[in-house]
Design a protein around this ligand. Structure first.
Ligand code: SAM
Ligand code: SF4
Length: 353
């Protein structure tokens, strides 16, 4: 779409129209929520095929390469978002470590005014080779997804028999000095008996561990309410083996956190399905092909790439980002029937979790 077409279609306000000048200050939606954190997807591609994320192998529709934002485009959008209040960026995907030159991108993002922190969520498999370079490029922290400690189950969940590589990746990240967190999606019928082993793994290494409820964003249409292992169930399992001390929740936190008594480790429960936390959400997502998603449960992807490639000015792009964010929907808790009343725009790997 050209800039002129975007203006006619209402995607982009004309700077010539009265009142079209961008307001200043942070991005704020109609409910007063302010955007502070950006999940930045570097690619929709992934060499894993997690059952809760990807369509079956052979059925995945990858985004065409020419539609993927290049580094100049990414840096420009992030710079504009940082000017308007975004402080933290999390690199994700797909698998962010499959994006060639990720350390170069990091070095460029690190210099942007307003950004305080850049972290990454990864499946960890490429970390043995890349951890040191990422640290030297200025990455602040790494979250590794680890849903099972049993080799066969890991392979069943992730579609690839690489548990030893992922564990080696975590050790590599720790060796070069990264703060490391562990994410585990908890799914009934897959990994509920592994909760104690994952807690023990995190406790031994004093790592923060997050259990995430299975969200209806998988690529296979397998999600149903019955497969969601709820935060309350996970907490009951945790309490049966460990005394826990609740920790304070800060505004915008996705997790309810608990300290494992007698240790430095903490366990968090991310409960978007059973106990959502949409009212103080401060996150936005930029997909690898340049769409702004203001909520994981929005069905509207706001196209930023089109106007950007059509020559929009910084002020025009800022106005577009601001207007898009204003339309952020209330969130998952306002969807009455998740099974039938929510049409996901894309599976998780193409959004950026
Ligand atoms: N490939 C990287 C990884 O697996 O960590 C980053 C991308 S992945 C989409 C980001 C996070 O989303 C991971 O922690 C993953 O476990 C989580 N995730 C994927 N699909 C999910 C789903 N349907 N429900 C809840 N979490 C999900
Ligand atoms: Fe790949 Fe991450 Fe999705 Fe698994 S969760 S398929 S590792 S993008």
């Amino acid at each position: 779409m050209s800039v002129a077409e975007a203006r006619v279609s209402g995607e982009l306000p004309s700077p010539l129209l009265p009142g079209a000048a961008p307001q200043s200050g942070p991005l704020r939606d109609r409910r007063g929520r302010v955007a502070r954190k950006l999940r930045l997807s570097l690619t929709d591609r992934c060499h894993f095929s997690c059952v809760f994320c990807m369509p079956e192998r052979g059925k995945v529709q990858w985004i065409p390469r020419e539609e993927i934002l290049d580094f100049d485009e990414i840096v420009r959008i992030v710079r504009l978002l940082a000017l308007d209040g975004v402080e933290k960026v999390r690199l994700t995907g797909g698998e962010p470590l499959l994006r060639p030159g990720v350390a170069d991108l990091l070095r460029r993002l690190k210099g942007l005014p307003g950004l305080r922190e850049i972290d990454m969520t990864t499946n960890g498999e490429r970390l043995p080779e890349l951890a040191r370079e990422l640290r030297e490029a200025g990455l602040d922290g790494i979250t590794v997804s680890l849903h099972s400690l049993q080799r066969e189950r890991f392979a069943q969940l992730a579609g690839l028999d690489v548990l030893p590589r992922v564990l080696e990746g975590i050790e590599s990240a720790l060796r070069v000095g990264f703060p490391v967190k562990i994410n585990a999606v908890a799914i009934r019928g897959y990994n509920e008996e592994e909760i104690p082993a994952l807690v023990e793994y995190a406790r031994e290494r004093s790592l923060p561990l997050r259990f995430i409820e299975f969200m209806p964003l998988d690529g296979r249409g397998n999600w149903d309410q019955g497969s969601v292992l709820t935060g309350a169930e996970i907490l009951a399992t945790l309490r049966s083996s460990h005394p826990l001390t609740p920790l304070a929740r800060e505004s915008g936190d996705t997790a309810r956190r608990y300290r494992l008594e007698g240790s430095d480790a903490e366990v968090g429960l991310i409960t978007p399905v059973s106990e959502p936390f949409c009212d103080d959400c401060d996150r936005i997502r930029l997909t690898a092909d340049g769409k702004l998603l203001t909520c994981l449960f929005d069905t509207h992807l706001h196209d930023v790439r089109g106007p950007l490639r059509a020559g929009a000015s910084d002020e025009e792009l800022r106005a577009l980002l601001r207007r898009s964010y204003e339309e952020k929907p209330p969130g998952i808790q306002y969807i009455r029937d998740l099974q039938h009343g929510f049409q996901k725009p894309r599976p998780m790997h193409a959004i950026g979790g």
